[in-house]
Design a protein around this ligand. Structure first.
Ligand SMILES: [Zn+2]
Length: 254
């Protein structure tokens, strides 16, 4: 099973690289060229560049790197993504460098956001973060809730590769929402130890996320009750819980 590597980029982005055999690799969301160029000097050979969404911190280095290493670029069909690329849609397969990934459309953070799933991994971009989820810049809460539910339905052993290191900040909000969740306390401690050692908190299993990420737990009665108490209303369903939870996080100062 190929193991993904997170290249830290910009202030808190990760550019994921994944190689099956030798150095032929895919890279995901290169918002900055230098971390990838440094890995290339160590022998990495990007054959494909996968883009999850159009935001500049995920795309700024795509054209430079595609030209430098001759990689094929795959991205959602969105005019805001510059340069040449193969447009991808729900269910498309990408077989490259001995790897096999498929595309899942996960709108919410942006309207054309996709995730790449395969090899026991999920590259979730800015849709699913460990212990959190992306802001709703373009989609509706119902769209984002549906996208997160589809990701959460992946096999529990799936390792989630998010595009940002937000775990500790997310943990502080998650612990406010679910102070009595022992799995969350354990995950927060593990993430603090990883960051103290200068290591990424990712990837993390989907099983862990389902037990700890409040945005994947909107059907939990205790969490729903806590959100209702905060919002001063009685959410009618899980989407309404998600909506109120996302709003709570947007105004959360830590
Ligand atoms: Zn984004």
């Amino acid at each position: 099973m190929p193991f993904p590597t997170a290249l830290p980029a910009l202030s808190d982005n990760y550019i994921w690289t994944l190689a099956e055999a030798g150095a032929d690799a895919i890279i995901v969301d290169p918002g900055e060229a230098e971390p990838v160029l440094a890995a290339m000097r160590q022998g990495l050979r990007p054959r494909a560049i996968l883009v999850t969404h159009h935001h500049h911190d995920h795309t700024d280095a795509v054209a430079t790197l595609a030209e430098r290493c001759g990689a094929t670029v795959y991205a959602p069909d969105d005019a805001r993504i510059a340069g040449e690329f193969v447009p991808v849609r729900e269910g498309d397969r990408i077989e490259m460098a001995g790897l096999d990934l498929r595309v899942m459309e996960v709108p919410g953070h942006t309207r054309s956001h996709v995730a790449y799933i395969g090899e026991g991994l999920a590259f979730t971009g800015d849709t699913l973060f460990s212990l959190g989820c992306g802001r709703l810049f373009e989609g509706t809460p119902a769209q984002m809730f549906d996208s997160l539910e589809r990701l959460a339905a992946l096999p529990p052993e799936t390792r989630v590769c998010c595009a940002h290191e937000y775990t500790l900040a997310n943990a502080s909000f998650a612990l406010t929402v679910e102070p009595g969740n022992p799995a969350l306390a354990e995950r927060a401690a593990q993430a603090r130890a990883a960051r103290a050692a200068g290591l990424p908190t990712l990837p993390i299993s989907m099983d862990s996320e389902r037990k700890t990420n409040p945005f994947l737990r909107c059907r939990e009665p205790r969490l729903a009750a806590r959100v209702a108490e905060y919002a001063g209303c009685d959410p009618a369903d899980a989407v309404a819980v998600f909506t109120a939870l996302r709003r709570w996080k947007d105004g959360f100062a830590g």
